[in-house]
Design a protein around this ligand. Structure first.
Ligand code: 3HC
Length: 313
């Protein structure tokens, strides 16, 4: 049969609607492929850049137990980046190309990683709020229509939920500590709350990709739906920590069955996305340095791979 693009597209959408996973060798619309490369690579970059704010505290963790957990967590983020780069590669783009886009400042990564970690409590807040927001968004992605992405997300989510709990436990310990520790906890939550809400992306009305991505079942819930779900989950957790979320408009709305909340500073969000956040320049500088300093490892690995091929010939 001589299938036209149109009936290929219909067949593709019917598969998506029937919850049949799309695999790398299946026909897919070019825009679906591009959307996935965009989203998966932005996600991979976020994981890799996301190592930096926490890596900053490895040498200053308050105990050996905390240091070991933090080290493991940061290492997990590197692993997540690798699974995601591998998933993106199945769509016909090379890892080198993706990494170059990041290092040249052409690729986006999550706004949240452009904020500084100023106190030990920030490691707890990142676990609770940043990983918590990430999980809320990523659990949905375990059901994404593209097989390699969905499968990578299953493992990532398992690890993320450990990360979230280790962060919450740090905060729980501080919440039972001295007045100084309680103040450190509150100050940290004050700084991370709003940027964590921004992680879900612009409001639905401003989101350029949501509608199509939801039709393709790459995204299952909209940015605003997930943000609301996250806020609703956090309120009780904040009470348990005896911490105040820095939003005077946060109030239960019986009619909606959700918490109402104040306005997000979208100007700040777009400034950070454009590269003008508190740490954007430092983050890219650190990634470039790590890439340059790791050149010998890549060269050695390639030389070894070449030798193995030669010895088989
Ligand atoms: N930071 C930076 N850019 C953002 C952003 C954010 N928080 N939210 C949205 N954007 C960008 C989008 O990338 C898009 O830009 P582009 O057109 O140049 O690619 C633009 O803003 C418009 O946003 P849309 O809502 O239309 O974009 P999406 O449909 O892609 O939705 C998303 C945004 C919800 C973040 C979606 O891409 C997604 O679910 N991505 C996968 C998850 C992910 O990347 N999470 C990042 C955090 S990972 C993490 O936290 C690691 C963990 O270890 C802590």
């Amino acid at each position: 049969m001589n299938a036209t693009i149109e009936n290929l597209a219909d067949h593709f959408q019917a598969k998506v609607d029937a919850e049949v996973k799309i695999e790398p060798k299946d026909w897919m619309p070019e825009k679906y492929r591009k959307t996935l490369i965009r989203q998966i690579s932005q996600h991979a970059h976020s994981e890799v850049v996301g190592m930096l704010p926490e890596g900053n505290w490895i040498t200053r963790a308050p105990s050996l137990r905390r240091k070991a957990a933090l080290l493991a967590k940061v290492q997990d983020e590197a692993g997540h980046g690798l699974y995601l780069y591998s998933a993106a590669e199945t769509l016909g783009i090379s890892r080198d190309e993706l990494v170059d886009q990041l290092l040249e400042g052409k690729a986006k990564y999550s706004s949240i990683f452009n904020y500084p970690t100023l106190s030990w409590a920030d490691i707890g807040s990142i676990g609770w709020l940043v990983d918590g927001a990430a999980i809320m968004n990523q659990v949905m992605l375990t059901r994404a229509s593209y097989g390699p992405y969905a499968r990578a997300m299953v493992r990532i989510c398992k690890e993320e939920s450990f990360h979230q709990r280790q962060g919450y436990e740090i905060l729980l310990t501080l919440s039972k500590g001295t007045d100084e520790q309680k103040a450190m906890l509150q100050e940290s939550v004050n700084r991370w709350w709003w940027p964590a809400l921004m992680m879900f992306g612009p409001n639905d009305a401003e989101s350029t990709h949501s509608e199509q991505s939801m039709k393709w079942k790459i995204k299952r819930k909209s940015n605003d739906e997930l943000r609301q779900q996250f806020i609703d989950a956090c309120v009780g957790q904040a009470e348990f920590l005896n911490v105040t979320l820095p939003d005077p408009h946060l109030k239960w709305n019986e009619e909606r069955g959700h918490f109402d909340f104040g306005d997000i500073d979208w100007e700040e969000f777009w400034e950070v996305v454009k590269g003008n956040g508190p740490c954007n320049r430092d983050r890219l500088k650190a990634r470039r340095k790590a890439h340059e300093e790791g050149a010998w490892v890549r060269d050695a690995a390639m030389a070894y791979a070449g030798k193995r091929v030669e010895s088989r010939e």
